[in-house]
Design a protein around this ligand. Structure first.
Ligand SMILES: Cc1cc2nc3c(=O)[nH]c(=O)nc-3n(C[C@H](O)[C@H](O)[C@H](O)COP(=O)(O)OP(=O)(O)OC[C@H]3O[C@@H](n4cnc5c(N)ncnc54)[C@H](O)[C@@H]3O)c2cc1C
Length: 327
């Protein structure tokens, strides 16, 4: 860890991984530090199976495939990627470089830093029903990693958010029966169209309901009972009851913040010279919180980092006829 990098990127979501590619492409010695066991950020965590239609050049690609393509591109420049590590502090040194420290007090050394850590780290809110622990992993899940697993199965989705609707509609195509259980009387953060699609589907929606009890033996869950006494046969339960988010400590790191994000200009510079920002972590007028915006911002952040490291560096690369890659 004592090795010093030119650029260290906090966060291995789509933005951070793409920033690592671009930084490597500009011949900067690059490291990515990611909290989750695998890079991919929100796309891998929330919607690996969902089709994404608004990334240029991909007329419909699943989250998983997009992350795979981004990783493939990042591998071209072979950056150092460290996972299951959470950065807790950043200290600027007198020589303009930085020491980043993780939750165990281990240090990373870098001449410049790119923050691509979104709003922070996330873990799923667990299902809180007596005895649910024994069915975790096998039958209770917090994301759809493999849609085929639900083929011909009876599935209950527990959620009051748009994510629950997304999942239910995806499951409907392969599962035998889909129930969507919402503890409120409406869905949160939805577009009108989402609810229309849900209502037009075969998904059985249960509003103002909660899971009261799970049934089965030590080995297998077979059904659940809702608050109103209705018993539903289930093979799997998918839960999206929100997240346990640990917000990034940007303000504690000395960064200006605006509603938890870091305000930047078009150069993606933060208020601390040498720290740059891209993706969902960044905010500026008319900012779109989308994958493609993160890619563009990553390029600008890397270009600014390159000029921080060497004021004579090119402000941007106009053409990528790079002969060193064998693709
Ligand atoms: C349900 C849903 C559907 C969406 N659909 C679309 C869509 O169709 N099209 C589209 O373009 N966008 C979509 N988005 C938005 C898109 O997912 C985000 O804009 C994009 O993922 C942001 O990428 P990012 O890399 O900037 O941040 P993130 O994906 O949030 O990645 C940040 C990474 O940083 C890590 N991290 C955080 N703090 C630390 C730390 N201290 N130390 C180490 N690691 C840390 C996190 O673990 C995470 O992996 C959707 C979002 C959601 C929630």
């Amino acid at each position: 860890m004592s090795e010093r990098f030119d650029v260290t990127i906090i966060g291995g979501g789509t933005t951070g991984m793409y920033a690592a590619f671009y930084s490597g492409m500009r011949d900067l010695k690059t490291k990515v530090i990611e909290y989750q066991p695998e890079p991919g950020g929100k796309v891998s965590f929330f919607y690996p199976e969902k089709k994404i239609y608004d990334v240029g050049g991909f007329p419909g690609i699943t989250g998983e495939d997009l992350v795979h393509e981004v990783k493939k591109q990042t591998d071209l420049v072979n950056p150092t990627v460290s996972t299951e590590e959470k950065i807790h502090s950043i200290e600027k040194q007198e020589d303009g470089s930085f020491i980043l420290e993780n939750e165990h007090g281990e240090q990373h050394f870098s001449k410049a830093v790119i923050i691509a850590s979104g709003m922070g780290t996330f873990d799923m809110q667990p299902l809180q029903v007596n005895g649910s622990e024994k069915f975790e992993e096998e039958q209770i899940h917090y994301s759809i990693q493999n849609l085929n697993q639900y083929e011909g199965k009876k599935v209950a989705v527990i959620s009051q958010s748009r994510v629950g609707i997304d999942w239910s509609l995806a499951l409907e195509k392969v599962s035998d029966e889909v129930h969507l259980v919402n503890c409120g009387d409406e869905f949160k953060a939805v577009y009108e169209n989402d609810v229309d699609q849900l209502n037009a589907s075969s998904v059985q929606t249960h509003l103002n309901q909660e899971v009261e009890q799970l049934h089965g033996d030590e080995e297998m869950m077979t059904s659940l009972t809702l608050k109103d006494g209705l018993e539903i046969e289930v093979d799997h339960i998918l839960v999206y009851e929100g997240l346990q988010i640990e917000k990034s400590m940007y303000a504690e790191w000395g960064l200006e913040t605006e509603k938890g994000r870091i305000p930047v200009g078009t150069d993606m510079c933060s208020n601390i010279e040498g720290i740059f920002v891209a993706g969902d972590a960044a905010i500026y007028p008319s900012k779109t919180m989308l994958i493609a915006s993160g890619f563009t911002e990553a390029m600008a952040a890397v270009n600014s980092a390159a000029m921080y490291l060497d004021p004579k560096a090119k402000s941007q690369v106009y053409s990528t006829v790079v002969y060193k890659y064998n693709t």
